[in-house]
Design a protein around this ligand. Structure first.
Ligand SMILES: CC(C)(COP(=O)(O)OP(=O)(O)OC[C@H]1O[C@@H](n2cnc3c(N)ncnc32)[C@H](O)[C@@H]1OP(=O)(O)O)[C@@H](O)C(=O)NCCC(=O)NCCS
Length: 196
């Protein structure tokens, strides 16, 4: 399919290359694979946190079209979309942007909006490599701190961030996935990060 249409593939269609896996800026042709990896990883990560019926019927949101746009035309130089895997393969994604939080300085704080590794490729250092690329992008585009929101009950991801030196900063909020489905989130923070 890649040869025919020029599209990147997610697992299980793309074979998982041996470690170390490289991280690169996303391209428009990665859009469908990014959407697929996020969908697969999301369904697995929230299985014991959100209702089964909701996850079983989960829509692909954002759509491939959204990711094609994010990769092809970043809204600003501070936005960044990264994928793990050689060209033509997407094993994980990280998406960063100026923070959305009104209590923080938007000019100085970057947010990791999305960080997902395909379930078939977890615990191989890929999440760590994507997070490092996200922080590096924040640093080189002038951020002094980086934040992210994680489900309070997502103990695996929280352990991952803590192992990378991030700490909960005490902020919390209720994230309404839909009007009927919600989860509590906590904010994690890294910083101050040294300038480049
Ligand atoms: C969380 C996630 C991004 C981590 O990526 P990963 O590639 O699996 O993690 P890495 O291999 O880079 O892990 C680095 C270190 O973090 C820690 N860590 C990672 N996952 C962990 C877990 N589930 N439980 C405890 N510690 C964990 C370990 O110290 C690990 O080092 P080790 O494997 O040598 O023990 C990935 O597991 C994932 O996508 N999970 C589902 C989606 C999700 O929760 N995303 C975050 C939303 S905010």
């Amino acid at each position: 399919m890649r040869r025919r249409f020029g599209l990147s593939l997610p697992p299980p269609f793309a074979a998982s290359p041996p470690a170390p896996v490289s991280v690169r800026a996303a391209e428009a042709t990665d859009g469908a694979a990014i959407a697929a990896v996020k969908w697969r990883s999301w369904r697995r990560a929230y299985r014991t946190i959100l209702p089964d019926a909701f996850l079983d019927d989960l829509a692909v949101v954002p759509t491939p079209g959204y990711w094609i746009g994010r990769a092809a035309v970043p809204p600003s130089h501070r936005h960044g979309c990264f994928v793990a895997g050689p060209r033509g393969t997407v094993l994980g994604i990280a998406d960063v942007a100026p923070t959305r939080d009104e209590d923080l300085d938007r000019e100085a704080v970057t947010e990791v909006l999305v960080l997902y590794v395909d379930p078939a490729a977890q615990r191989r250092g890929i999440g760590g490599a994507l997070l490092a690329a996200a922080v590096d992008h924040a640093r080189t585009t002038g951020a002094a701190e980086v934040v992210l929101w994680v489900a309070e009950a997502n103990v695996g991801a929280r352990a991952f961030y803590e192992a990378a030196g991030w700490r909960a900063d005490g902020a919390g909020k209720r994230f309404e996935v839909t009007p009927e489905v919600a989860m509590e989130e906590v904010r994690y923070r890294l910083g101050p990060i040294p300038p480049p």
